[in-house]
Ligand binder design. Sequence first.
Ligand SMILES: NC(=O)N[C@@H](CC(=O)O)C(=O)O
Ligand SMILES: [Zn+2]
Ligand SMILES: [Zn+2]
Length: 346
Amino acid sequence: MTQTLTIRRPDDWHLHLRDGAVLQAVLPESARHFARAIVMPNLVPPVVTGAEAAAYRDRILAALPDGAAFAPLMTLYLTEDTDPADVAAAHASGLVHAVKLYPAGATTNSASGVRDFDRVRPVLERMAEIGLPLCVHGEVTDADIDIFDREAVFIDRVLDPIRRATPGLKVVMEHITTANAVGYVKASDGGLGATITTHHLVINRNHLLVGGIRPHYYCLPVAKREEHRQALRAFATSGDARVFLGTDSAPHVDAAKESGCGCAGCFTATNTMSILAHVFEEEGALDRLEAFASLNGPAFYGLPANDATVTLTRGDDAVTYPDRIETGDGPVTVFDPGFPLHWSVS
Ligand SMILES: NC(=O)N[C@@H](CC(=O)O)C(=O)O
Ligand SMILES: [Zn+2]
Ligand SMILES: [Zn+2]
């Protein structure tokens, strides 16, 4: 039996496109289904200034396949030396849609991130004035905090104090992985949103570690216990306007993942919409997929939803995707959800 679902064209509110040969290879995977994406600035070196963001945007547009309708929404990488005036100008020109906070050392290419949060206070205050959202990688980096606890501790020690000290600052808690984060966002009174990735709706920490270590399931924040995955699924499929899709599709070539010290990141751009339809169907929430993937994000960012639509079709036969995408730097493995997919985007 064939079933169809038509929704506004989705957007991706947290995406890594990289640069050079990898950008060239992975960009079509996102542009195929998504109209817009918040593009992460953690290149090496990072995208810190408005001028750097404009140059990166030009490289992305140059790499787009002919005829693709895809708009990169640029972000700036917050450092302790970031100039509030440069941020405000990049926002006023329409170039920059968010500033990204990486605690120094928290994740891939975060060495230039923030150590002393007092040093970025002037930037945060300016952002609150102009309505520019702060996107947050929400993990502490203290050596004595267990990696599975780093998100929950971040909420108490960093996120909540920043929000209290900067009233009116719009914050997106990105790629949330815990029931603690779900609870914190649900208890907030506005100005706080959260993104959830495709893979955190599918895997828990057993998928990563049982029966052998699975480097392609390793990402940050690391997948948690099953009870946390269940909390994420309930929140994502609830229709709550504070939560929306940020795939955090994060390509690393296989040689960097399948290594004695493998990089963090799951590459989900290729099959995300099929996986999400599967998850929402399992949760009896197909009617709320549009809110999560296409409506809540633009509303939070103050942008219109897309006029175009996509139709998802559920067929009896499983749909297949390539196991890996070839890039000029080597292959990038596509996230394997571990179950057959029946929904495809037409
Ligand atoms: N999520 C990840 O595991 N990796 C991301 C960085 C990030 O979003 O934290 C990357 O850039 O590879
Ligand atoms: Zn992150
Ligand atoms: Zn990310």
